[in-house]
Design a protein around this ligand. Structure first.
Ligand SMILES: [Mg+2]
Length: 225
């Protein structure tokens, strides 16, 4: 069944979030913690933050960092958390070739963008990347929403009267958009790159129909759907 609609993830699918934005977000979080009263030099604070993330990747890094320096004031980790998830940025770039890819795909498919995070931050990213014009709709899914993307995909399929098999889901996280697309019976394309490249599928629900290392390969994959 030919692909009518393509649903894209944003971070680390259409832009290099890991390389472009994450280091700067950590720096700004450290500055915010300083401004909230943590009296540690920026360079030392940033170095400790990154070391703690590596050693305890599942812990709340802002709580951990404040505790590391014996800070009791809850305003300090709160400032770090809020700033990390709402970093200030002016210039962002999509992966090279992505604007041309979207322009090409737009001629034959209806394109959708569905992204998890703080809606305001994600909307600022889309504006900075200058790619919003190619999408029929952009879905902003709260981080804490259980099965948020699956609900959005399902509602889109119903409201637009798509067959699930003609809606292709494309993203870098097998445990987010890929599993959501698979559960609904959509063809899925795992863009295996960045920090999630090493997280392997556990069971059929997480197993993508196609795997590629760049979204730019999509025109070669779509004819097989
Ligand atoms: Mg992503």
């Amino acid at each position: 069944m030919p692909a009518k609609a393509l649903i894209f993830d944003l971070d680390d699918t259409l832009m290099d979030t890991c390389g472009q934005l994450v280091p700067e977000a950590h720096r700004q979080a450290c500055l915010a913690m300083q401004a909230a009263g943590l009296d540690v030099a920026l360079e030392a604070l940033l170095k400790t933050r990154l070391q703690l993330i590596r050693s305890q990747p599942r812990a709340d890094i802002d709580q951990l960092l404040a505790a590391h320096y014996g800070c009791q004031d809850p305003a300090v980790p709160l400032a770090g958390h809020q700033t990390y998830f709402n970093p200030v940025f002016e210039h962002l770039e999509p992966f090279p070739g992505v604007p041309e890819l979207l322009a090409e795909l737009h001629q034959q498919h209806r394109l959708y963008l569905v992204t998890s995070g703080y809606a305001e931050t994600q909307a600022r990213k889309v504006a900075a990347l200058n790619i919003g014009q190619w999408f029929e709709d952009i879905g902003y899914i709260p981080v804490q929403a259980q099965r948020g993307k699956q609900t959005y995909f399902s509602e889109l399929i119903r409201s637009q009267d798509y067959h699930p098999q003609e809606v292709v889901v494309i993203g870098d996280r097998i445990n987010n958009e890929i599993v959501a697309g698979n559960r609904l019976g959509c063809p899925t394309v795992w863009i295996r790159q960045g920090e999630c490249a090493h997280i392997l599928p556990e069971g059929p629900e997480e197993t993508p129909r196609f795997i590629t290392d760049s979204v730019l390969n999509l025109p070669h994959i779509l004819p097989h759907i």
